[in-house]
Design a protein around this ligand. Structure first.
Ligand code: AMP
Length: 248
């Protein structure tokens, strides 16, 4: 069983994000970048499925700038077998990413796609769902447990009321939630080994899909500064504070 894992290079989650002075976006100059944490969970899951014998090959795919090769090398060091970079300096919207992934998937014909439920830069939480629609494959999103077997996957999903278990026929798109697993750190020997694993680079233009933007960013701004909290003596005082501040 071949598992394909799309991974995105994003600002490292430890970095305090700064908005550009002209409010057109986030300042990426000299900022530490890393693999999107939900994509790390997806890679970890695919590698665990391989270690369990449920998967036989794990292919990591990224759409992004030349530096996204580093992100793919991390996936390879974690245990992916090979990687594909669709290279572009354009910042693609989820629909465009889904279209490019669909084209790669048509060529690669994996049995399952395991990907992050969301990228922590745009927080879109949209690409997996769009990809499943474009491929006309079933989707199981927000997975906290995945059991792969021949032809189907049993996925436990985190939903508002608790946990839901669904059976999806393969091929399917599965997106990873936070509690699916704890990703491993790539060890030094595995980082060295990953340098020798295959990483194919293809220009976005060679994929031949329409990636023109459909959305217009009006402005990007910092969230309002939080005002300090107040200490109260009783529940009654909380209620009266909330009332006087117009919250309730
Ligand atoms: P989003 O819908 O943007 O929140 O992203 C959800 C998931 O889609 C991510 O966790 C990745 O698995 C995948 N994804 C989004 N953008 C890219 C990209 N540029 N390259 C590869 N995978 C991506």
């Amino acid at each position: 069983m071949k598992v394909l894992v799309p991974v995105k290079r994003v600002i490292d989650y430890n970095v305090k994000v700064r908005v550009k002075a002209d409010q057109t976006g986030v300042d990426l100059a000299n900022v530490k970048m890393a693999m999107n944490p939900f994509c790390e969970i997806a890679v970890e899951e695919a590698v665990r499925q391989k270690e369990k014998g449920a998967a036989t090959e794990v292919v990591a795919v990224s759409i992004g700038p030349a530096q996204a090769q580093e992100t793919l090398r991390t996936a390879l060091a974690m245990g992916a077998d090979r990687a594909i970079l669709i290279q572009t300096d354009q910042d693609l919207e989820p629909l465009a990413v889904a279209k490019v992934l669909a084209a790669v998937i048509t060529e690669e014909a994996p049995d399952a796609v395991i990907m992050g439920k969301q990228a922590i830069d745009g927080d879109n939480n949209a690409t997996g769902q769009m990809l499943s629609a474009l491929l006309d494959w079933p989707q199981a999103v927000f997975a906290s447990e995945i059991v792969l077997s021949a032809g189907s996957a049993k996925v436990t999903r985190e939903i508002d009321g608790g946990l839901q278990t669904v059976d999806v026929a393969l091929p399917a798109v599965i997106t990873a939630d936070l509690r699916l697993n704890e990703p491993r750190y790539a060890s030094l020997p595995n980082i060295m080994k990953a340098k020798k694993k295959p990483l194919d680079v293809k220009e976005l233009s060679a994929v031949g899909v329409d990636t023109a933007p459909r959305l217009k960013v009006v402005k990007v701004a910092e969230p309002p500064k939080r005002s300090g909290g107040v200490k109260v003596e009783s529940a009654a005082e909380i209620v009266s504070n909330l009332k006087s501040n117009g919250v309730i």
